[in-house]
Design a binder for this molecule. Structure first.
Ligand SMILES: [Zn+2]
Length: 74
């Protein structure tokens, strides 16, 4: 059974709010220390790179590109 929970992630730069729907196991993975958890692309295969970045670093796509340019991530 897949239980979902919604979570609102706030961009630390512009305070933009983005709502995500996570499954319980995904939240459990996220709560683990970085080196013990699965790769972000394995936890969130359906999320865009920008969405993953927002979840990891609390920086939205717009601010991310302002900070680091718009280079494509591998
Ligand atoms: Zn932002």
């Amino acid at each position: 059974m897949n239980q979902t929970a919604n979570a609102v992630v706030e961009c630390r730069m512009c305070n933009n709010l983005t709502e995500f729907y996570f499954e319980q196991w995904q939240l459990a993975e996220l709560a683990k220390p970085r080196r013990e958890r699965m790769l972000m692309q394995d936890i969130f295969p359906n999320f865009s790179i920008a969405d993953r970045e927002l979840i990891i670093s609390n920086t939205c796509d717009t601010c991310w590109q302002e900070l680091y340019g718009s280079e494509e991530e591998e």
